[in-house]
Design a protein around this ligand. Structure first.
Ligand code: HEC
Ligand code: HEC
Length: 335
């Protein structure tokens, strides 16, 4: 009996060691320990007209996601008078109910009691006001690129919004995603300034494309992982009240947007029309149309440098299986 006990102890101990190794090399310990975060500071951002202007420029994207839309109306406009008051994310296939909260300073349903640093930490570091890891549909992984001055400006702008009373349910993420996302947030503890080389349009364009989240939609992903070799090649459809719409291939391949020139790109983003063809409002031109000519030209300059990928995506055709991205989208069977 004593011998059996000893063996059991060794086996159980061995299994425990294996489990520790397996967790360390796969999902890591964050799902159990909670997200990496830094303590909040008491910093406040001085309200200046310059910051308000700059914050408004970047803030269009925040307002787009954090406001209720009329998804059935042409162009899916934000419901008038509800800017910044939050929305239950309308996309099907999300792992649970994801709610972009009310950012306005309404005392009962909004952010009147939050501090500037609670906002700043959420935007770039992915930690909610209550300390939890945010679902990465809130693009904090992209927003890490914002400089300290950008973040200060965005916070000044968001806090200038008029209060809107808008009660929303809480985010509820399903198991195991709820735990897995805890490994995503990364604290920022050193100053973040403007990166080098921003006079080069291609480099500036790359940064804008990151901040704008173009790849989040235009690079197909399967269960949250980008499909390898398909950067900006389109395909993973958005399903919701608007039907099923796949993001386009925006690489410079003939099956992508090789036929674009700078003028057509600017016109498309400003009008939401590719000549006579109207784009689905899932392509958030209502955000990007507000960018300056210079910034849009930089984005186009960068897109011209990405690897051309052959991948036909055509929303005028019914969704069919595509062997390239292994998803179902319009024109998939022609690949
Ligand atoms: C693509 C959509 C999207 C964009 C763009 C976006 N957000 Fe969010 N945001 C979300 C979602 C969804 C959540 C909720 C995540 C969750 O509950 O886990 C969120 C959460 C937050 C939170 C945390 C709230 C809390 O509970 O503490 C803040 C603050 C915030 N966003 C501010 C911003 C600001 C400022 C911007 C613009 C710079 C922005 N968001 C852009 C979707 C977005
Ligand atoms: C929320 C998802 C989403 C984001 C973010 C997004 N797009 Fe799109 N985009 C789409 C969808 C969906 C379409 C296809 C619309 C259609 O076919 O009606 C599209 C279409 C386009 C087209 C038109 C291509 C054509 O058919 O001629 C261009 C150009 C484009 N996107 C560029 C961009 C750029 C540049 C960015 C980043 C600054 C971006 N998109 C960000 C979803 C997105």
């Amino acid at each position: 009996m004593r011998k059996l006990g000893k063996w059991l102890l060794i086996v159980v101990g061995g299994l425990a060691v294996l489990l520790v190794i397996a967790i360390s090399v796969t999902i890591g310990w964050r799902p159990f320990l909670g997200p990496k975060s830094r303590p909040l500071t008491s910093r406040t951002f001085e309200r200046t007209p310059q910051r308000l202007e700059r914050g408004k420029y970047w803030g269009k994207g925040c307002i787009y996601c954090h406001s209720p839309h009329d998804w059935a109306a042409p162009g899916a406009p934000i419901v008038a008078g509800m800017e910044g008051s939050g929305e239950v994310e309308p996309y099907a296939n999300l792992p649970g109910r994801i709610v972009a909260p009310n950012l306005t300073p309404d005392p009962a349903t909004g952010t009147a009691n939050w501090t500037d640093d609670q906002f700043a930490r959420a935007i770039r570091e992915g930690i909610g006001h209550d300390g939890r890891a945010l679902f990465p549909l809130m693009p904090y992984l992209n927003f890490r690129e914002f400089t300290d001055e950008d973040v200060a400006s965005i916070v000044v702008f968001i806090r200038s919004l008029p209060p809107v009373h808008h009660e929303l349910p809480k985010t509820e993420i399903i198991f195991p995603v709820k735990y897995l996302i805890r490994s995503l947030p990364q604290p920022i503890t050193a100053p973040v300034g403007e990166p080098e080389g921003m006079s080069d349009p291609v480099k500036r364009g790359a940064r804008l494309v990151k901040l704008g989240g173009c790849a989040d939609c235009h690079t197909p992903s399967d269960k949250g992982e980008p499909v390898r070799g398909m950067d900006f090649a389109g395909g993973a459809p958005f399903v919701g009240p608007w039907g099923s719409v796949a993001p386009a291939n925006i690489t410079p391949d003939p099956s992508g947007i090789s036929y674009y020139d700078e003028a057509l790109f600017l016109q498309t983003i400003r009008t939401g029309m590719v000549k006579a063809r109207e784009l689905s409002p899932i392509m958030p031109v209502q955000v990007y149309r507000n960018l300056s000519d210079d910034d849009l030209k930089a984005i186009f300059a960068y897109l011209r440098t990405v690897k051309p990928v052959h991948h036909r995506v055509d929303n005028s055709l019914p969704p069919t299986f595509c062997k390239l991205c292994r998803l179902k989208h319009g024109g998939g069977d022609q690949n």
